[in-house]
Design a protein around this ligand. Structure first.
Ligand SMILES: Nc1ncnc2c1ncn2[C@@H]1O[C@H](COP(=O)(O)OP(=O)(O)OP(=O)(O)O)[C@@H](O)[C@H]1O
Length: 488
């Protein structure tokens, strides 16, 4: 039956029109059909007191003396009933599952209106099924879909965070301390600040903290502040309201904060954040709300922030280029991630893990590395840290076909020049040459090192070298000219 006021199409089944709720008169024709087809029926008055109950419902509920329950509030007789809600709202509950002493009953509840259709004068209810058996296929399909959904959500969350605590490899005292603090961070919900040079594993650690936290099943969203042009950062972080500017999407575009809702947002290179956005980030952290670009409304977000930087934030605060209030907000729990130079004892285990990963990625047999080769690696300074170590091992394998054991000669094909010279005190490490030539070679080697460490990323290499990107391009151009005309 169409509810009062609803629209429909085609020829109406009720030519006289339907403009009232169910009245006693209209329900009386249908009542016997429902009553006999169902496993039980009751009616209540405008105060939700039981006015009538049939035999089968009494049997179902185990009521021996029906007279004793008539006139009592229905909720006293059937504690899980929602009849009072139907009487109060005047809205039917067409299908509901109600628990009664361990059984699950599928029930339908309908409000009953007075003749004028203006006031609820009670309600009737029918037990459609007293056993879920006939609904089993439906229920099991629902359960299967629920568990597929949960599995898909878990897989999605894992895709966000690929690393766990065990992936932060190392057994040195410095690494054990890092892991102790990371576990502490995982158990809390406060912001975490990861400090360390490029390639030391800050992102690995951020993912590990997320994976060990209560938010592990929720998203892990990473954003590298240095990699996004300043004018796009605000939209990237906080999203864009529909039609915020000419050409903007008609729909709302979610920012990283909204995408990370319920989970963790990893802000890499937070020291590169421009001033005006630092204020907005501070507000998001303090108030737990964000304001999409072009919107005057704020939206609540529940995000745990892990920030990382290779820059000296304290110095930046002193110089006025990083807000002190944001710094203190981010620096609730800080973890200094050690450089590879500080934990050379971990070289062996790191090489082992990296070679294992490289084999899994390429499908080739796993290569071994000799103790002598590791000794050579120990001589190097590793400005690009573990990322550089990984690149060096990857290049060694690429340059030495079918290499099953990496020994010193294989390693030297890929290792940047300075480490090859070794450190022999008292013996010149290279022939004495004119200073200009030595400086040029040192510059070439420093640039080569930085590019290897950054995996060819020139912006990152320039940062490692402590020079602007434009200067790096200029130097690369000059070095290229020199290799073409070596006598210049
Ligand atoms: N402790 C570790 N154990 C194993 N692998 C590591 C470890 N730390 C880093 N790596 C590997 O080194 C590479 C660089 O790590 P990651 O990106 O986490 O460094 P980062 O400090 O965040 O660098 P950046 O500051 O340049 O973003 C990755 O390939 C990562 O798998």
């Amino acid at each position: 039956m169409a509810p009062p006021g609803s629209k429909g199409f085609g020829q109406s089944p009720f030519p006289g029109g339907v403009d009232r709720g169910l009245t006693l008169e209209s329900i009386s024709a249908l009542f016997p059909v429902f009553e006999q087809a169902s496993a039980g029926a009751i009616s209540v008055d405008a105060e939700s007191r039981l006015t009538w109950i049939n035999d089968s419902y009494c049997r179902l509920l185990g009521i021996e003396d029906p007279e004793a329950v008539i006139g009592r509030p229905v909720a006293e007789v059937i504690p899980a009933t929602r009849m009072p809600e139907v009487v109060r709202s005047g809205r039917p509950l067409l299908l509901d599952i109600m628990e009664y002493r361990g059984q699950q009953l599928v029930v339908m509840r309908l409000p009953v209106f007075n003749d004028a259709g203006t006031e609820v004068q009670g309600a009737v209810a029918f037990v459609l099924y007293d056993d879920l058996q006939p609904l089993t296929p439906l229920v099991s399909k629902y359960r299967r879909l629920q568990s597929d959904l949960a599995a898909a959500k878990r897989a999605l969350a894992k895709r966000g965070a690929r690393y766990e605590m065990a992936d932060f490899v190392g057994a040195s005292a410095a690494v054990l301390e890092v892991k102790r603090r990371a576990r502490l961070a995982a158990a809390r919900n406060t912001p975490v600040l990861l400090l360390g040079e490029t390639g030391t594993g800050k992102e690995v650690l951020a993912q590990a903290v997320h994976a060990s936290s209560l938010r592990a099943e929720r998203p892990f969203v990473a954003v590298n502040v240095a990699a996004i042009p300043d004018n796009l950062l605000e939209a990237e972080f906080f999203g864009v309201a529909p039609g915020a500017y000419t050409g903007a999407d008609k729909r709302q575009r979610q920012g990283k904060f909204q995408l990370a809702d319920g989970g963790t947002l990893f802000l890499d290179e937070v020291g590169d954040m421009p001033g005006h956005l630092q204020a907005k980030l501070l507000r998001a952290l303090q108030e737990g709300e964000v304001e999409p670009l072009g919107s005057n409304e704020v939206a609540p977000v529940d995000v745990r922030v892990i920030a990382a930087t290779s820059r000296n934030l304290e110095e930046m605060v002193a110089a006025g280029s990083f807000r002190a209030d944001l710094y203190y907000r981010l620096n609730v729990l800080s973890i200094r991630v050690p450089t590879l130079r500080e934990r050379l004892v971990d070289l062996g285990i790191l090489c082992d893990t990296i070679l294992e990963k490289l084999a899994a990625e390429s499908g080739e047999p796993r290569a071994e590395i000799t103790a002598e080769a590791i000794n050579v690696l120990r001589q190097h300074d590793w400005p690009g840290n573990i990322r550089e170590l990984r690149n060096t091992l990857e290049q060694t394998l690429a340059l030495n076909e079918e290499c099953s054991v990496i020994d010193v000669p294989q390693l030297l094909t890929a290792l940047p020049a300075p480490a090859r010279r070794g450190r022999q005190p008292g013996v010149p490490s290279a022939p004495v040459r004119p200073l200009q030539e030595a400086v040029r070679d040192a510059e070439r080697s420093a640039i080569h090192n930085a590019l290897t460490a950054s995996g060819g990323n020139k912006a990152q290499a320039a940062r490692l070298l402590g020079i602007p990107r434009s200067v790096l391009y200029e130097k690369l151009g000059r070095l290229a000219d020199m290799s073409e005309n070596p006598d210049e």
